[in-house]
Every structure is written in C-alpha cells, then in structure tokens.
Write a protein that binds this ligand. Structure first.
Ligand code: 3H9
Length: 655
C-alpha cells in the first residue's frame, strides 16, 4: 500500500488496484471546502493513474459523512461545489463505491447515492434530514433517491427527515450490502470484479412507477407533521419532479430551491436550534468529572408522571424499581406502565420482544427497602413540600451512601428538600415534562449543594434516556415555568387591556404555536394555578398589577376543557368562544375603569415575545440559565414555541 494525501482531510492508499480514499474531518467528516477539494484531487489522480482500477470512499472514525458543513452556511460559497463533486463521482469512468462506516446523512448520503455501489455497517445511520434545518437536500438527494427507491419511499424519508438503519436501507435498495464484520474488505471485493462499462449510475435510472394515491398519502402524512414549514413542502414537490423531469432539470430546480431556503429566516432559526442542542447540557468545568454508574433506577410514585418516567428509563435500558404506598397501588402502577408499553406496541414504536425485555427489567413494590439496590431514586409524588421532605428523609436512611436522590418537583424549592437530608450534595432536580416517556425536554436542576459528579451523572442519565437535558439553577418554576408565568401574566394583562383570548390565541397560532396560551390553560386545567394564587394571596405585593379574570372563571366552576368550560366553552368537545366569558372580561375591565384598546396580531406576538425575553434576560443575569440558547430549547421543547422561529431569545434578536 502506498499512502497519498490530497488535502488536509483527504488521504488515500492504493491496494490491489483499488484507491481507498478516506475522509478524515472530525468530528463527523462534514463536507467542508477542504474535503470537497481533496475529493476532486483524488478523482484527478485516479483518472490519470492507470494503476487505479476503481475507488472506494470511506470515512475515518464513526461517521461516513455527516453532511454538508453546516457552519459554512451563511458564508460565501467556496468552490468546488458539492453538486459538482457528486456529478463527477457519478460520471466517473472507473467504478466508485461507498463503504459506509457510520452516519451517511444529508450531503453524505448524496455522495453515496452517486457512487456505483454502496455497502454499510449494521450501525450506519442513513438519511436526508435536511428539512430539519429548514432546507432541502441540495446535491441531488431529491432526484437520485426516488430513482433508487421510488417517489413514495423518498418522500417518506426526505420530507419526514427519517433516518433509517442499514438493514432498512438494504430492503429499500439504498445499499447493496450490509457487512457484519469486514466492511472495507467486502466493499473492495465487491467492486473489484465490476465491469466499468456496465456501471449502474443512479442518475441514469428511471423513477419506478407508483400509484398516485400511495404518493399522495405519504406526502400528506409527512406534511401534517411539518406544521406549515416550507422545506418539507418543497421536498415533496422536488421528489415528485424527479418522476417527470430529466435529471439535469431536476437538479437545477433542486439547487435553486436549496439556495432560496438556505438563505431564509426559517433555516437560520433551525440552524440555531441545531447548534443549541449540541451546546445544551454542557457545563463548564464538568468535562473532566466522571459520572457515577447508574444501572438501577428507583421511582417513588407510579402515577401519571412516575409511570412515564419508568417507561422512559426502561427504554434507556435501565432496571426499574417502582415504589408505591401499598400492594394494590403497586399493582396499579405496574399495570399503568405495562399499558404504556402496550400502546407503544400498538403504534408500532416497539415490538413484542422489546416489551417483554422491558417488563423483565421492571418491578413495582410497596416495600421501600428495595430501594437499597438503586443507584438513583427519583421521586414523582404529590408536589407538596412536607410530603417530599419527609420522603427524602426516609429515603436517606434506606439508599446507599453513593446513590443519588432526584426530585421531580415543578414549583417547590429543591434546596429546601435537599437541606432536610443528611447528604444534600447527592440531591439533584430532574424536572420531567408530561407525558414523561414522550417529551424530550428534561430540566436538570443544579441545586445549591449538588456535587459536580452528581450533576454529571444526572446529565449522563438524561442523555441515555434520549432526553434533551437543560441545566437550570434553583428558582420558582425553573427556566420553563418561570418564562411561562411571565407569558401568562402578559397575556392576561393584554386581555384586561382590550384583546380577547381568541384574538391572542389566533395570533400565536398564526405565528406557529400549535395552541395559543388560553387554549393551553384550558387543556391543562385552571384549578392548580388558582390554588397557587390563593396560597400566594396573603404575601402578594398589593401594588402589583393583578388580573382577576382567571379567578372569576374558577369561581364560576370553569376549570377548563375537562369541565367543558374555561376560557372557552367546549360543546361536543369543540373549542368555541363563549359570550359569558367575554362578559366577565368586560366587567373586570369596567371595574378597573380600563378603556379597552385594539391589538393587532403583530402587537400581540411582539408583546408576548417581549415578556418572555425580559424574563429570559433576568434568568441569564441571575445565573439560572447558562445560555440564551438553552432558554430557546426549553420553550421549543416544553411549551410549543415554533422551532422554525428559533425560540424567543433568537427570534427577538432577529427582529
Ligand atoms: C446538508 O448536507 C446539505 C446538503 O444536502 C447540500 C449541500 C450542498 N456540520 O450531534 P453530535 C458537529 S445539510 C458541521 O453531538 P453525534 C456538532 O455541531 C447537513 N458540524 O454527534 C458537534 O460539534 P461540537 C445534513 C456538525 O455523534 C459535533 O459535530 N446533515 C455537523 O451524537 C458532534 O455532533 C445533518 O443534518 C455538520 N453537518 O451524532 C446531520 N454535524 O462537538 C447532522 C455535526 O462542537 N448531524 N456537527 O458541539 C447529526 O445528525 C449528528 O451530528 C451525527 C453524529 C449523527 C452525524
């Protein structure tokens, strides 16, 4: 083997007439300008050198190619452009194969699609997830993938940003082989015998015919999830175009669309979200800290929240010990957890073997002493300070000295709960969002005394659950509920000042929220916030503005959707404006002598955004949130803020 280097990131070795070209651009072998230039130089070399009979492309480390270099978006483009590199690979006179040793995503899969053969390791992740970044594939993905697997399957993958396994890719015909042990050797053996005159060039294939109904249904399914974002709609259009248009025309239209979307506000926002997610959960000074080993998880309380946490931890591969107050409650808890697993099976998210495996790792008991085996215990009991502190004092005497205690409180002060224990340094907050087995967001609360390795353990635990952990300091409601409270307060001020709940909801829904705040209040129920307001009444600053309308609704028995009436009425379950509520609002305004003014949708959005951002700024200056992008992620993943707007802090910065 002789070693060759074509750029900083591209090297190659010739073995038995095969030029094995390796892309080495850590961390994910993204297609930076240096990679593109190096690939072109490698092709130049292979073209000229008669000793090179064929080429195999592969990646160093765990990725094949993670896609275009997202950091280059927004900067002036540098030649050679990716579509040109890819066109040259596809047209190359000598056989070119992709040896897919890990993620082949976005531009990475587009490179592979242009190769004449493709082999992958079983763990490979294969997909064109560009729509998640607000763009469409820009280097042939929308034109070549349907030529290989048909329009319907291509829409499902591209518009749905679906990342698939190597075995599914093999079934669909995206890869030609899956190699269990010797990927590179297999890819080399496969290409060695190939006749250069009969290469299968993806771009030259015709798109397989498919019934229009199937295509329409797949497109409708993908677009329903896209909630009005542009990129998935454009992706569907481009994939359909592949079936009716010559390759060159389809590629030109794809490129035009890619550039238009890449430069859009939506794409800038989604890129912000991408990098925000990578930064989340990173804590300065924690890099060198080793997390404690967690394999057995105790969960006290197996109600709605506890059972969701249990399913999430079972999915993460942990052994679970659920604890309830008595045997009947334990049995009910077990049934609740099994029921959630059954639902996952029914919806195809889990197979029956997976269900059995999870149930095999679950026990629910009334014997709290069992928690002596746990590495971490999470309490998910009634959110009451006395209940939680007493529970923690008891757990403190049962669990091992090195085990971690986590509280799932939403509003109580976890420092007070920790102070009731003998080892407050082992206490951390894990604020799950309901339903805990579905919601990705997890606020990890770094309490006053939390030890660094306990925080590191909580973050590692969250990652293994597949959650998006955001570290929050201690404050009432942590990051999310504190901002939500400010949002709620401002929305109620606006109602008192002249806007109607339905106008506010409509403005927020047009902005991209799945539901406006008043519809959300009704869905969640109004009574918990009412009880909290009553508790706070004695200590409330009398000079502070206070809107009584929500109290009036509760006094009239209007507790939201479940009682059929709240901010709206719900005849036959349908959200409807109720004149009685409008009357209550008008009465409250009149009592304070407020002359109502009109709000435009733009003013409503701007006012509510400002309330969120002011509170966000306060959280940053108090050191509760580490970075503005963490606040954005909390609001996107926990409160329905549209990701295509990048979160409140990002959106405000763009205005
Ligand atoms: C595209 O391809 C457009 C084309 O169609 C057309 C072009 C003309 N670029 O996720 P991780 C960084 S669009 C730059 O924690 P993992 C990331 O920021 C692209 N940087 O690792 C992080 O940096 P840091 C389509 C990237 O092992 C580090 O790598 N492709 C890129 O859990 C580790 O990331 C995608 O959308 C990138 N493309 O997962 C795939 N990707 O350490 C996006 C990652 O400084 N990437 N970084 O925080 C992924 O899905 C995952 O990163 C991957 C690895 C599965 C590859």
């Amino acid at each position: 083997m002789s070693a060759l280097r074509f750029s900083d990131t591209i090297s190659a070795a010739l073995a038995d007439g095969i030029l094995v070209v390796t892309i080495d651009n850590a961390p994910v072998n993204a297609l930076s300008a240096d990679v593109r230039a190096g690939l072109m130089a490698a092709l130049d070399h292979a073209e000229k050198d008669g000793g090179v009979k064929s080429i195999v492309l592969t990646g160093a480390g765990n990725s094949f190619i993670g896609g275009a270099d997202i950091k280059e978006f927004g900067k002036p483009p540098v030649e050679p452009h990716l579509p040109d590199v890819i066109a040259r690979i596809e047209a190359f006179a000598k056989p070119v194969a992709a040896s897919i040793n890990g993620a082949a995503l976005g531009g990475g899969l587009e490179v592979a699609l242009a190769c004449h053969r493709r082999h992958a390791v079983p763990s490979a992740k294969i997909g064109l997830p560009e729509v998640k970044l607000g763009i469409v594939p820009g280097a042939g993905g929308t034109q070549r993938l349907p030529r290989l697997i048909g329009v319907s399957a291509a829409i499902d993958m591209i518009a749905g940003a679906r990342i698939i396994s190597a075995s599914e890719a093999l079934k669909l015909g995206i890869v030609d082989g899956v190699s269990e042990s010797a990927l590179l050797a297999d890819a080399m053996a496969d290409i060695k015998g190939l006749d250069a005159s009969s290469l299968r060039r993806t771009g030259a294939l015709s798109v397989p015919a498919a019934p229009i109904e199937t295509i329409e249904k797949t497109a409708a399914d993908a677009l329903r999830k896209a909630r009005g974002q542009n990129a998935p709609t454009e992706a569907v259009r481009l994939v359909c175009l592949a079936a009716t248009t010559p390759l060159a025309e389809g590629l030109a239209e794809e490129r035009r669309t890619f550039i238009m979307l890449r430069d859009s506000e939506e794409a800038a926002a989604l890129r912000h979200v991408f990098f925000a997610e990578r930064a989340a959960g990173k804590v300065d000074g924690l890099e060198a800290v080793t997390p404690r080993r967690i394999e057995t998880v105790g969960i006290v309380g197996t109600g709605l929240m506890g059972s969701g946490i249990a399913v999430s931890a079972l999915n993460g591969g942990y052994r679970i010990i659920g604890v309830e107050q008595n045997i009947e409650a334990a049995e009910k808890g077990r049934e609740r957890i099994a029921g959630l697993l059954d639902k996952a099976v029914q919806s195809g998210r889990l197979d029956t073997a997976g269900r059995e495996d999870r149930l095999g790792r679950l026990s629910v008991t009334a014997d709290m002493q069992q928690l002596a085996q746990a590495d971490i215990v999470i309490e998910a009991v009634f959110d009451d300070l006395t209940v939680k502190t007493e529970l923690f004092q008891r757990l403190d005497t049962i669990i091992r000295a090195d085990a971690i205690l986590a509280t799932n409180t939403s509003y109580l002060d976890p420092d007070v709960i920790a102070a009731a224990t003998a080892r407050p340094e082992r206490v951390v907050g894990l604020h799950f969002f309901s339903p805990a087995h579905i919601m990705r967001l997890l606020e990890v609360v770094d309490c006053k005394e939390t030890a660094p390795d306990v925080l590191a353990s909580a973050l590692a635990f969250a990652k293994r659950l597949g959650k998006l952990p955001i570290v929050s300091g201690v404050t009432e409601g942590f990051i999310g509920n504190r901002i939500f409270s400010a949002y709620r307060r401002e929305a109620e001020y606006m109602v008192e000042d002249g806007a109607l709940p339905q106008e506010i909801d409509a403005a927020l829904e047009a902005y991209g929220f799945p539901m406006g705040p008043f519809a959300v209040f009704d869905m969640a129920g109004l009574e918990i916030a009412w009880a909290r307001r009553k508790r706070q009444a004695a200590t409330r600053d009398p000079s502070e503005r206070y809107v009584v309308i929500a109290d009036r609704l509760c006094e009239a028995g209007r507790f939201g959707q479940k009682t059929g009436r709240g901010w709206y009425a719900y005849p036959e379950g349908k959200r409807t404006v109720d004149p009685e509520v409008t009357g209550m609002i008008e009465a409250a305004r009149a009592k304070k002598g407020i002359v109502p003014k009109r709000f435009t949708a733009e003013e409503i959005v701007a006012g509510l955004l400002k309330a969120m951002v002011d509170e966000g700024d306060a959280l940053l200056s108090e050191g509760i949130a580490a970075r503005a992008s963490d606040i954005d992620l909390v609001m996107i993943n926990g409160y329905g803020f549209p990701s295509s707007k990048g979160g409140p802090m990002f959106a405000a910065g763009r205005r």
